[in-house]
Ligand binder design. Structure first.
Ligand code: MG
Length: 378
């Protein structure tokens, strides 16, 4: 840990075992597997611009095409200029096929754990701290998975194994294709120090340029910055950069089935019933705080808040309100919940409240670059 964190950075947690798995040139590899005659071609998945009036974007390029400087999100017409015509093959993406191959890969991952968080069709985090196989070596689990995907599905992937998500992703990027990277807790600072800023996931070109002006080009440069200065220049993103440069990422692997839920709620029933307004409001505040924690952890912002209340005669009422802006701020959420509670509170308190709950729904996911920092600087 660097000496400039002013106690702002949280204590690190290095006990978890996290794998980031990333398929190598996924769409292109699937097509090469299914069309072996393309093996020595520069394969570009994307529409052939010659058939679409020069339009089209590269979805994925295989490694031969990449040697010519072609990469994803590049206009297809540029690939046409960079790659000799006799080498180049365009192929339109077949997303239905990629979805089904991705499902096969997920099946293999779920043989290990259900703690799988998908980032894209070709990319996922696994938390294997506890796993169905009872294997303690995360590296062994990852190697076996990589071999199994090769043998049963016929595709290459890379992985990073370490103690958090951020580092695991950096690891899988570090030695592609068919890469294996393990980063031990005691190696993390060193590993990060050597990485170029562009390798830090989440730091876009604008921030890179700003950092370059501050003479920060590597993880080492970030590690040397005062956390407060990073926050001053980049708000919450500066704080995250400081955490990441120091090998800290406490975010959980959130299983897909949990992530896909459409709402998150907390409710409790009471025996005996609650007759005190103060107790009811204190409980409500606690539920809202827990709810906000869950939203923040998932990076979800709620657009709608629902209050549920039941009295001793099992009369149940739910009140919902659409917000004028999405939020996961506990104070704002509480204001709405209390607003929903107040007009009906006296009749329910009269009969006794048997159940009280608050639910957030209608989610927006925020981007890491445009969050603000009021949670951190007080
Ligand atoms: Mg990939």
């Amino acid at each position: 840990m660097n000496s400039f964190d002013d106690g702002l950075l949280p204590k690190n947690d290095t006990h978890r075992k996290i794998i980031h798995l990333d398929m190598d040139a996924f769409y292109a590899s699937v097509e090469t597997r299914d069309h072996p005659e393309l093996k020595n071609k520069a394969l570009v998945i994307g529409q052939d611009p010659r058939n679409y009036h020069g339009h089209g974007v590269v979805a994925t390029a295989n490694y031969i095409a990449r040697q010519y400087g072609v990469h994803s999100a590049m206009p297809s017409i540029k690939a046409l200029r960079l790659i000799p015509k006799n080498k180049l093959v365009f192929m339109s993406p077949d997303f239905k096929k990629y979805h089904s191959v991705s499902a096969e890969i997920h099946q293999l991952m779920h043989e290990i754990t259900d703690n799988v968080q998908s980032i894209a069709l070709d990319e996922a985090y696994l938390d294997v701290t506890e796993n169905k196989l009872g294997v303690t070596s995360a590296l062994q689990i990852a190697i076996n998975l990589q071999k199994k995907i090769k043998k049963e599905i016929g595709l290459n992937c890379s992985f990073g194994v370490t103690y958090n998500k951020f580092l695991a992703k950096m690891g899988s990027e570090y030695s592609k294709p068919f890469g294996r990277t393990i980063i031990l807790p005691e190696e993390a600072q060193q590993f990060l120090a050597k990485q170029k800023i562009a390798q830090f996931h989440g730091i876009g070109p604008k921030t890179q340029a700003k950092l370059a002006e501050m003479n920060v080009f590597t993880g080492r440069g970030l590690q040397k910055m005062h956390v407060r200065d990073l926050i001053k220049h980049f708000n919450r993103m500066g704080y995250l950069m400081a955490e990441h440069a120091n090998g800290i990422d406490l975010s959980r692997v959130i299983p897909d089935d949990e992530r896909n839920r459409k709402s998150i709620g907390i409710e409790r029933s009471y025996e005996p019933s609650v007759y005190s307004e103060q107790t009811a409001l204190t409980n409500l505040r606690n539920y809202v705080n827990d709810l906000a924690d869950k939203l923040i952890e998932r990076n979800f912002y709620a657009n709608t808040v629902v209050l549920k209340i039941r009295n001793s005669d099992f009369k149940t009422v739910t009140k919902r309100r659409k917000l004028d802006h999405a939020t996961n701020n506990p104070l704002e959420l509480y204001d709405v919940a209390k607003d929903l509670f107040d007009p009906i509170s006296s009749s329910f308190l009269n009969d006794g409240i048997r159940l009280l709950g608050v639910t957030a729904t209608d989610f927006t996911e925020a981007d890491y670059e445009n969050m603000d920092l009021d949670l951190f600087i007080q």
